[in-house]
Ligand binder design. Structure first.
Ligand code: ADP
Length: 370
């Protein structure tokens, strides 16, 4: 089967790594000929935001999917009209691409998400009470395009652009649920993962799976997942990012219609990984067993501040001496401050042991330039 993927980053790379067990041709479209997938796929240089590039890339494929959501929806719609299978649907990608449409989608389908208003520009009246969070309608990524407005004095830093303003949640934990659906309508999720963020970089640093939540909280998450999958009405693999607030209520932050950083520890941490699951979705195969192999976690290998240029990984050989640690590098030649360059997965027998090992490995490793 000819599988086409828009985007050639690490998510595509790890999908290909898994899919190579089977017999398919994997095609990738990305603007950069040095991207993570270039050397390991049938590669086309092109702009996944350009309608014609997307259509020309996808028109002779059996299925076209994405590993980044900022792609030309018009191109995907043209492919759907041409008879190419597009996963997930162009319709749900379009909703998720725009924070305003995404929030309205949650509201319409009675999916709990922080109260909000929308603005087109700073000329619009702000009715939401302080403190709130401003999220740009488009163009945000990895925490960029998101800022907290605490009080009147912060108003001066607001962006003059179409945005969602939403209540600031008093966060106890940030959680993520990865859930997949194939064409037959089979649905399977992974255990809920806890994401521990780096406040400075706004990048998630550690994942811990499974998280430690009550059955009542798990029920809230199950209900959200069911409503979301019904409303999305599309095959695909989705990462639903959630906040558990200090009062025990679960809110949807946002959803990614694709493979996700919060699922990387599934590579060794579960019977099958998110990448295997996504491959099965693309081929409408029976969905894979996602049960956990005990406790697993992940830490991102992120480019150090003040280091730009040819990458050097410090401490990796020490990590490789450890019994339950697994190194994954993304094939990016150049490091930049905050750039995700790889990750390390860790298995453990308890949450305490897992956290200890993650912290230890974090202190042993560094991504610098030569
Ligand atoms: P991105 O899509 O850029 O990752 P997010 O919407 O996930 O942006 O926001 C990034 C981070 O900002 C979240 O992980 C969370 O820590 C914080 N955040 C976002 N929305 C809220 C909110 N309503 N209340 C409190 N914190 C928030």
């Amino acid at each position: 089967m000819k599988i086409g993927i828009l985007g050639g980053g690490q998510l595509g790379r790890m999908l290909i790594q898994e899919a190579l067990k089977y017999d398919d041709e994997i095609y990738v479209l990305d603007p950069s000929s040095s991207c993570s997938c270039a050397g390991i796929s049938i590669f086309t240089v092109g702009d996944f935001n350009d309608k014609a590039d997307v259509f020309n890339f996808g028109k002779d494929k059996d299925v076209v999917s994405i590993e980044i959501e900022h792609v030309s929806v018009e191109g995907l719609e043209a492919l759907e009209n041409h008879g190419v299978k597009v996963i997930p649907s162009a319709k749900i990608i379009k909703i998720i691409q725009q924070k305003i449409l995404q929030k309205e989608f949650y509201q319409h389908h009675d999916i709990p998400s922080p109260d909000f208003q929308t603005i087109q520009s700073l000329n619009d009246e702000i009715i939401l009470k302080f403190p709130f969070v401003q999220k740009l309608n488009t163009g945000g990524y990895d925490g960029k395009g998101v800022q907290v407005i605490m009080s009147e004095t912060d108003l001066a830093k607001m962006w003059d652009a179409p945005s969602v303003l939403e209540n600031l949640v008093d966060i106890e934990k940030e959680l993520s649920l990865i859930i997949a659906r194939n064409e037959k309508g089979e649905i399977k999720s992974f255990p809920v993962t806890e994401m521990v963020a780096d406040p400075k970089l706004n990048l998630l640093d550690f994942n811990i799976c499974p998280t430690d939540i009550s059955s009542e909280v798990q029920n809230q998450i199950d209900q959200i997942a069911e409503k979301f999958m019904d409303a999305a009405d599309s095959e695909g693999l989705f990462a639903i990012e959630l906040f558990l607030d200090k009062k025990g209520k679960v809110w949807v932050n946002e959803t990614a219609p694709r493979l996700h950083n919060s699922g990387h520890q599934t590579q060794e941490g579960n019977a099958n990984s998110q990448f295997e699951q996504f491959y099965r979705v693309l081929k409408n195969l029976p969905l894979a067993d996602s049960s956990p192999n005990g406790f697993s976690g992940m830490l991102n290998l992120v480019g150090e501040n003040n280091h730009t240029g040819k990458v050097k990984y410090e401490g990796i050989e020490e990590v490789l001496k450890l019994p339950n640690a697994y190194v994954h590098l993304y094939g990016k030649g150049e490091t930049k401050p905050g750039r995700k360059m790889g990750h390390i997965n860790v298995l453990a027998n308890s949450r305490e042991e897992l956290l200890k090992q993650l912290v230890q490995i974090k202190s042993m490793t560094k991504v610098v330039s030569e």
